[in-house]
Design a binder for this molecule. Structure first.
Ligand code: MG
Length: 160
């Protein structure tokens, strides 16, 4: 049995008039959202990179290049479902995902279970095997100034 882990990181600029989608959940009441080619869901993008990293399958830009019009305004949860298929095709089973969203506002805690539900459903594992954590940057740097949002993730996979 081969067990591997992978890491993922993503960040996007925030701008007014964009929905704040994190882990497949649109956060109500957010006045700013991330700018990007897809829906710019930094949490889902970090999870995708952690899974691809664990399986040795490159990164999100390799599979879904932002120069490709197919991925404009793409639903990132749909991309995560595709990644699940890539891993299964190579014989990998996902054991666990952990993640952290770094965002100054709004408070995200009330949406944790919805994000775990959406991510775990796309990956095909139990919600309790997908952890989502939140922190701020204590007012420092681009996140502290509300100019952007970032996310980190790790994933563990196994193959017989
Ligand atoms: Mg991204």
């Amino acid at each position: 049995m081969s067990v591997r882990s992978g890491i993922g990181y993503d960040s996007h600029r925030l701008a007014g008039g964009r929905p704040l989608v994190l882990g497949g959940v649109e956060v109500p009441g957010a006045v700013r959202g991330p700018v990007g080619h897809s829906d710019a869901d930094v949490l889902t993008h970090a999870v995708i990179d952690a899974l691809l990293g664990a399986a040795g399958l490159g990164d999100i830009g390799l599979h879904f290049p932002d120069t490709d019009e197919r991925w404009r305004d793409a639903d990132s949860i749909g991309l995560l479902r595709e990644v699940r298929g890539f891993l299964h095709g190579q014989g990998w089973t996902v054991l666990h995902v952990d993640s952290t969203v770094i965002c100054e506002r709004p408070k995200l805690g009330p949406h944790r279970e919805s994000m775990r539900g959406a991510l775990s459903d796309a990956i095909g594992i139990r919600p309790l095997d997908v952890n989502v954590k939140f922190t701020t940057n204590e007012g420092m740097g681009f996140i502290g100034r509300d100019e952007g949002v970032a996310a980190l993730a790790s994933a563990t996979v196994e193959r017989a």
